[in-house]
Design a protein around this ligand. Structure first.
Ligand SMILES: Cc1cc2nc3c(=O)[nH]c(=O)nc-3n(C[C@H](O)[C@H](O)[C@H](O)COP(=O)(O)OP(=O)(O)OC[C@H]3O[C@@H](n4cnc5c(N)ncnc54)[C@H](O)[C@@H]3O)c2cc1C
Length: 382
């Protein structure tokens, strides 16, 4: 360790790993990022970037680049999928920036990844090795040694950040009792070109995010940034017939959108139950620590917030283990609250019978400012 400059190993070059590498490099640390995938291809689908995430990306100077690949929706519209009139329109453009200091954006996650990668590659202090799996780590008193391709690395690091996602290999090193818990639901991801959507569903305002709700399933649709694609996420019980099955009662507009999808990719949903995020010089970050269901559109945002909080803790504590312990204390409660919000949203979106009637009434009559106010703690915090 050179003064306060740390040698940091990061396992995983997803959103969490790249943002962590970038922030820590900007703080003067030396970063080695190890990514299992041989190359970081244009995988994935759409991602919503809420103001709590965007504020951090803006502070990192990435705001212009992210905006250049993203789209700022006018707002969010809730529908009962079987009824022709919308239930509620929440305004995003304007209020988000005014209330929370950053916009609410949507983009393709591959485009976000490109922006983050380019920023990391511009930092001389970051080395990024692809095709390298970190399978284990040995935490000594004065350094941590990682195991890659079955070999222990000679050069120790001062810190290891395990940003290796839902199926983290390093989680077991930190908390052997942690578990990946299947949610019992599956997300099906699809896409439609906006030109086709506009032709098929002229009544649908493609400048907005749409949530169509039905008994036991829901559909989220939004533009993937500057790309000529509409992102569709259909969520229903695992084992249920894939979309568009069961949409007979849906309005023609909602059904046309689902039927226009070119292909659907199945994604069983799961969360991570993990009590310990930190052991000595090793810390879990992002999905590795707290993967959650996607109904609050916050998993990526939480990884970005984790990275920001971790950097602050490393700045403010002389020794690494106390800084990491502080990081866990700073982040656990918020991540748990967001995971609960996601579960609650799922219950609202998929409500049946009297509950669905109550939901529809509440959405129809509650002022949109009140609905947005409920999100103050989330979009205004970090
Ligand atoms: C349907 C769906 C919709 C979603 N929508 C949103 C949204 O709108 N907004 C939002 O904020 N979030 C959303 N999320 C959540 C978001 O995708 C994740 O929370 C986020 O990608 C987590 O980032 P991460 O960096 O922690 O993990 P990951 O993105 O999983 O990255 C982990 C990286 O580590 C690599 N890796 C794995 N194991 C190893 C190893 N042993 N050694 C080295 N490298 C390794 C992987 O290859 C990968 O590159 C959604 C999730 C789903 C399922």
């Amino acid at each position: 360790m050179d003064g306060n400059k740390l040698a940091v190993a990061v396992a995983g070059a997803g959103i969490g790993g790249l943002v962590t590498g970038l922030i820590l490099a900007r703080d003067g640390h030396r970063i080695d990022v190890f990514e299992r995938a041989p190359d970081l291809t244009d995988i994935g689908a759409g991602i919503q970037l809420s103001p709590n995430a965007m504020r951090i990306l803006d502070r990192l100077g990435l705001g212009t680049d992210v905006r250049s690949v993203a789209f700022e929706p006018d707002g969010l519209t809730f529908w009962n999928a079987t009824k022709p009139a919308a239930l509620a329109h929440l305004p995003f453009k304007g209020p988000m920036q005014r209330q929370f200091g950053a916009p609410y954006l949507v983009c393709h996650r591959g485009d976000l990844q490109h922006v983050l990668l380019a920023a990391c590659r511009a930092e001389a202090a970051i080395s990024l090795a692809t095709g390298v799996t970190v399978s284990d780590a040995l935490d000594d008193a004065d350094c941590v040694r990682i195991v890659t391709q079955g070999r222990i690395t000679n050069a120790g690091h001062d810190v290891l950040i395990a940003a290796d996602g839902l199926r983290s290999a390093l989680r077991e090193v930190v908390d052997p009792s942690a578990q990946v818990v299947r949610d019992g639901q599956t997300a099906w991801r699809g896409s439609v070109p906006p030109s086709m959507a506009a032709r098929l569903v002229p009544a649908l305002d493609l400048k907005r995010v749409h949530v169509f709700m039905d008994d036991g399933r829901h559909l989220v649709a939004y533009r993937m940034g500057r790309r000529d694609q509409i992102n569709l996420v259909w969520v229903a019980e695992s084992g249920a017939a894939p979309p568009p099955a069961g949409t007979v009662q849906w309005t023609a507009a909602a059904r046309a959108l689902v039927e226009a999808a070119d292909r659907w990719v199945e994604w069983p949903l799961a969360r991570v139950d993990c009590a310990q995020w930190v052991k000595g010089r090793i810390a879990l970050l992002g999905d590795a620590a707290h993967a959650m269901t996607p109904h609050a559109a916050q998993g990526g945002a939480m990884a970005i917030e984790d990275a920001f909080a971790l950097a602050l803790c490393l700045k403010n504590h002389a020794d690494v283990p106390s800084a990491l312990a502080r990081y866990q204390r700073a982040r656990r409660q918020r991540a748990a609250r967001v995971a609960s919000l996601s579960a609650a949203n799922r219950d609202i979106y998929q409500a049946k019978g009297a509950k669905a009637v109550g939901r529809d009434m509440a959405l129809r009559f509650a002022p949109s400012s009140l609905l947005l106010k409920r999100m103050d703690w989330l979009y205004g915090g970090e």
